[in-house]
Design a protein. Structure first.
Length: 352
C-alpha cells in the first residue's frame, strides 16, 4: 500500500484543497479530498482486470460546493437527509436548523460538507480527516468534532469510520454521498445496474419527500429490491413515494438491524464490466438515490467525463431521515456528551 499527496485547487475563499491517493498492490486506488472529506475518485478493476474510475466528480473544485450538483462524494453532516420544518426537539429544547431546501433542512444545511477539513493523520493505507463545528452552528447543539477515517486494502475494500465527540448531548447522522457508476463510463445510465437491498420496508414520505412516520412494505411494489434486478426495471412506474421523473430517492429500512452491528445493506452490480460493490453498515437505513435531481443536460466531470441525471447511484447509509422528529418510532441512537459516537460503512469491490 502507498499514499501520495497532491494539491487539487483553491476554493474562491482562498482555501486550498488537497488530494490523498491510496494505491493497493493490485494498482486499485482511492483518491480522497480534504474538501468535504470526500471521495474524489476510485479506480477498481473490471472482470478483465482493467481499472476505471467508478465514482462521479469534478475537475472544477467550485462544482463540489454547489448544492445543486448533489454533494458529489462528500461527507454529509451533522444530520444527513431531511429534517421537517428545520426544527426538532431534543432533551426538552427546540432547535432550529437552516431551511436550505423548501420548508425543510437538507443535509444539515449544507455548510458542513462544503468546507475544507483538516488532515489529522495519514498512513500507507488510511487518511483521517477532522472537522470542528462549534456549539449551535447551523442550529445544532454541542461543540462537535467529527473524524472520518478512510482505509483502503488489498482486497479493494474501502472502509469509512466516522467518530464524533461533543461536549453536549446532541444528534448526528453522518453519511457519504458518493455517486457510483460501476461501468467506469458515466455516459452510461445506472438504470442498467443490478441492485439488491436487504430491506422489506421503506419510510413512507409526503409530497415533499419528508417521512410521515409510517413504514411501507416493499412487497408487490416498484420499491422491492429484495432480489437482485435492474434499477431501470420499474424506476419510472408511478408510485406514491416517488416524484414523477425523479425515480428512486428513498430510505430503505434494513431488516433485522441492530444499530452498531455490521451487516450487508446492498449489492450493486454492473453486468457488462462485471464490477460488483457490496455495502456494509452498522446503521439501520440506506438512501437509494439515482441522481434523478441532477441536471438532464450535463455538467463537466473529471477528465472529460460528465455528471448528469441518472449517471450515478448513491447508496447513503444513515439513520432514517428526520429520525430526530421520530425518536420513539424510528431506530436511532444519539450522541452522549463526552462519549465517542462511532459508525462504520464499507464499500467492497469484487468482480463476477
Ligand atoms: C437526497 C436527494 C438530494 C441529494 C443531493 C440525497 O440524499 O435524498 O433528494 O437531491 O441527496 O443533495
Amino acid at each position: 500500500m502507498s499514499i501520495k499527496k497532491e494539491n487539487f485547487a483553491k476554493l474562491e475563499n482562498g482555501d486550498s484543497v488537497e488530494l490523498y491517493t491510496i494505491t493497493n498492490k493490485n494498482g486499485a486506488s482511492v483518491c480522497l479530498q480534504t474538501l468535504g472529506a470526500g471521495i474524489h475518485s476510485l479506480f477498481v478493476p473490471d472482470k478483465n482486470g482493467v481499472l476505471a474510475d467508478v465514482v462521479l466528480g469534478f475537475d472544477n473544485v467550485s462544482d463540489y460546493v454547489n448544492p445543486d450538483y448533489g454533494y458529489q462524494g462528500l461527507t454529509v453532516g451533522r444530520w444527513a437527509n431531511r429534517i421537517r420544518d428545520g426544527k426538532f426537539t431534543f432533551g426538552g429544547v427546540t432547535y432550529n436548523t437552516p431551511k436550505n431546501q423548501g420548508t425543510w433542512t437538507l443535509h444539515g444545511g449544507g455548510k458542513f460538507s462544503f468546507t475544507v477539513w483538516e488532515t489529522e493523520k495519514t498512513g500507507d493505507n488510511f487518511v483521517t480527516f477532522k472537522k470542528f463545528s462549534p456549539d449551535m452552528e447551523d442550529g445544532f447543539p454541542g461543540n462537535f468534532t467529527m473524524r472520518v477515517t478512510y482505509t483502503f486494502d488489498d482486497d479493494n475494500t474501502l472502509k469509512i469510520d466516522y467518530s464524533i465527540i461533543s461536549d453536549k448531548d446532541t444528534v448526528a447522522n453522518p453519511t457519504n454521498h458518493t455517486y457510483f457508476n460501476l461501468s467506469g463510463d458515466n455516459s452510461k445510465t445506472i438504470e442498467d445496474h443490478y441492485l439488491l437491498i436487504n430491506a422489506d420496508k421503506f419510510t413512507e414520505t409526503d409530497s415533499d419527500q419528508l417521512p410521515t412516520g409510517e413504514l411501507g412494505d416493499v412487497k408487490g411494489t416498484m420499491m422491492d429490491f429484495t432480489s437482485m434486478h435492474k434499477i431501470g426495471d420499474k424506476i419510472d412506474e408511478p408510485f406514491r413515494a416517488i416524484i414523477d421523473g425523479v425515480g428512486y430517492d428513498n430510505n430503505y429500512c434494513l431488516y433485522n438491524k441492530e444499530i452498531g452491528k455490521m451487516s450487508q445493506a446492498a449489492v450493486l452490480f454492473d453486468k457488462a464490466s462485471g464490477r460488483k460493490m457490496e455495502v456494509f453498515t452498522d446503521l439501520p437505513g440506506i438512501q437509494l438515490y439515482c441522481g434523478g435531481w441532477l441536471d438532464k443536460n450535463y455538467t463537466a466531470g473529471k477528465n472529460g467525463s460528465i455528471v448528469k441525471y441518472r449517471r450515478g447511484v448513491a447508496l447513503e447509509t444513515q439513520f432514517y431521515p428526520d429520525s430526530v422528529n421520530y425518536p420513539d418510532i424510528f431506530p436511532v441512537k444519539f450522541v452522549k456528551a463526552n462519549e465517542e459516537f462511532k459508525t462504520t460503512t464499507e464499500f467492497c469491490f469484487t468482480t463476477e
